[in-house]
Write a protein that binds this ligand. Structure first.
Ligand code: ADP
Ligand code: MG
Length: 247
C-alpha cells in the first residue's frame, strides 16, 4: 500500500444506483454500488464493455446524476437521494481531476496553455497559472515540451500533459477512464507510476478504469463490475488467476 491511509474515505458510496431511460427501455447501469477509496490509494475498476465503469466514474465526477443512494466526496455529502451541493461545477473544479483514454487536449493551445487554462477558469491570475502549469509539467517530466502543440507531442507526452491538467487544481480525487489504452506498455507503466506518485505525495484517491493487464500490478485494490454490480476482486469467485493480490 502506498502512502498513508486516513480513517475516512475520500470517496464513500453507499447503495448508489443509476438507471437510464424508462419502462422497457430502462437500463440499470449501476445497482446499489458500495465503494470506499482512501487517500493514497490507487484502485482499479475492471469489467466487460457495458458493465457500468464509465457511468460510475461520471457519477463520482458529478457529471451524471445518480438515481438513488448516498455519496460523500472528501468528507462532504454530495448526493443523498438528490444533490446536496449547490455548485457542482465548483466542486468538480476544486476536488476532481479527470483523465480520459485520449488526452482531449485543446489543439489550438500549447502544452503549457492547456494546463494553465484550467487554473485560470478556477480563478488563478494568468501569471500564477503559467507558473503552476510549468511546475506541473516539470513534475510530470514534460517541462521541456511546454511550448509544443498537442499534435506534435507523442502519445505518452500528451497523456502526461493531460495528467498535469487533471492535477492543476490539487484535486483529492482523480478519475481516469482507460488512461493507458492508447499507450505501449513502457509508456503505460510511466503513466501508472506517476499516478501512484500523485496518490502517495498528494494524498489523493485515484480510480482507474482499465482493461489493461499490463498495469494490474500497479493497483492497491481492484474491483470488478458486471451488469452494474460491483465485486471486490478478493471475492472467492471473481478473482482470475495471476492477478495482483489485494492489500
Ligand atoms: P462501460 O464503461 O463499462 O463500457 P457504460 O458505463 O458506458 O459501460 O455503460 C453501462 C450501461 O449503461 C450500458 O448498458 C450502456 O449502454 C448504458 N448507458 C451508458 N450511458 C448511457 C446513456 N447516456 N443513455 C442510455 N444508456 C446509457
Ligand atoms: Mg466506458
Amino acid at each position: 500500500m502506498t502512502g498513508s491511509i486516513s480513517t475516512s474515505p475520500l470517496v464513500d458510496i453507499r447503495d448508489l444506483s443509476k438507471s437510464f431511460g424508462q419502462g422497457d427501455a430502462r437500463v440499470d447501469a449501476l445497482r446499489q454500488i458500495n465503494l470506499q477509496v482512501y487517500a493514497g490509494q490507487v484502485v482499479g475498476l475492471l469489467g466487460p464493455s457495458g458493465s457500468g465503469k464509465s457511468t460510475l466514474l461520471n457519477v463520482i465526477g458529478c457529471i451524471l446524476d445518480p438515481s438513488s443512494g448516498h455519496m460523500e466526496l472528501d468528507g462532504q455529502v454530495v448526493y443523498d437521494g438528490g444533490w446536496r451541493q449547490k455548485d457542482l461545477r465548483r466542486l468538480r473544479l476544486d476536488r476532481i481531476g479527470f483523465i480520459f483514454q485520449f488526452h482531449n487536449l485543446l489543439p489550438f493551445l500549447n502544452a503549457l496553455e492547456n494546463v494553465a487554462v484550467v487554473l485560470e477558469i478556477a480563478g488563478a491570475s494568468a501569471e500564477a497559472a503559467r507558473q503552476r502549469a510549468l511546475e506541473l509539467l516539470q513534475y510530470l517530466q514534460v517541462g521541456h515540451r511546454c511550448e509544443t502543440m498537442p499534435s506534435r507531442l507523442s502519445g505518452g507526452e500528451a497523456q502526461r500533459v493531460a495528467i498535469a491538467r487533471a492535477l492543476a487544481n490539487h484535486p483529492r480525487i482523480i478519475l481516469a477512464d482507460e488512461p493507458t489504452a492508447a499507450l505501449d506498455s513502457e509508456r503505460a507503466g510511466v503513466v501508472m507510476d506517476l499516478l501512484r506518485k500523485v496518490a502517495a505525495e498528494q494524498g489523493a484517491a485515484v480510480l482507474v478504469v482499465t482493461h489493461d493487464e499490463k498495469i494490474f500490478d500497479r493497483f492497491d485494490q481492484m474491483f470488478y463490475l458486471r451488469d452494474g454490480m460491483l465485486a471486490d476482486m478478493d471475492g472467492p469467485h471473481t478473482k482470475p488467476n495471476g492477478l495482483a493480490q489485494q492489500h
